[in-house]
Design a protein around this ligand. Structure first.
Ligand SMILES: O=C(O)c1ccccc1N[C@@H]1O[C@H](COP(=O)(O)O)[C@@H](O)[C@H]1O
Length: 207
């Protein structure tokens, strides 16, 4: 089964809707973004989710002390690191928080992408995204098999410009462990319940 993460939630109505769908993860963005929430807001929103849904915090280059503070306040289960975090930093944060760590990797389509292999066996998952993270634009999916080979058994999530129209092809062709969506389920900057349902339905149809 393909795991599903819906990211960038800020409103109670959307949280209730996502909580009623077969979704494994919900993401809260703590990076500077139009989707940014505070730890306190995330705690309140996340408190309305069923226990089956894990809460993921999205961070860009935040130090370990601040990560810990936000994770505890917001009640996070997973830390998604979207900046220049090293494998050593990921290992340390995993050890000190006891939480799962996902490393987001911006795919550029050049030799530097091979460095993603340094996170294999350290991060609980690697999330491949467009090199401009959170941009809503897909990267070249043809790179997936090459990069997956560097990750060995580490879980692979795909993000970057996914929506209900393209996720079926992605799942069918590349069979990632999970998919992550944000801007593709928005309408004029707000999460759209119909688009979220359409996305989840499309992923589940591929099983
Ligand atoms: O969503 C944001 O604003 C954001 C800001 C900074 C880093 C990451 C961000 N979001 C993550 O980006 C990917 C792709 O999102 P999209 O579907 O292409 O919009 C996803 O993992 C979001 O969690």
């Amino acid at each position: 089964m393909t795991l599903i993460k819906v990211c960038g939630l800020r409103l109670h109505e959307t949280i209730h809707h996502v909580g009623s769908l077969p979704v494994e993860y919900v993401g809260f963005v703590f990076a500077r973004s139009k989707r940014q929430v505070t730890a306190e807001e995330a705690a309140e929103l996340g408190g309305n989710l069923p226990d089956t849904v894990q809460r993921v915090g999205v961070f860009v280059n935040v130090d370990a002390t601040e990560l810990k503070r936000i994770a505890e306040t917001a009640g996070l289960h997973v830390l998604q690191l979207h900046g220049d975090e090293t494998p050593e930093f990921c290992e340390r944060v995993k050890r000190e928080t006891g939480l799962a760590v996902w490393k987001a990797w911006g795919v550029r389509g050049d030799q530097r992408d091979e460095e993603v292999g340094a996170f294999a066996g350290i991060a609980d998952a690697v999330l491949l995204d467009n090199a401009r993270g959170g941009s809503g634009v897909p990267f070249a999916w043809s790179e997936i098999p090459r990069l997956r080979a560097y990750l060995k058994d580490t879980k692979l999530f795909i993000a970057g410009g996914l929506d209900a129209d393209n996720v079926g092809e992605l799942v069918n062709t590349y069979r990632p462990d999970g998919v992550d969506v944000s801007s593709g389920v928005e309408k004029v900057g707000l999460k759209d319940p119909e688009k979220i349902t359409a996305f989840v339905t499309k992923v589940r149809e591929q099983q």
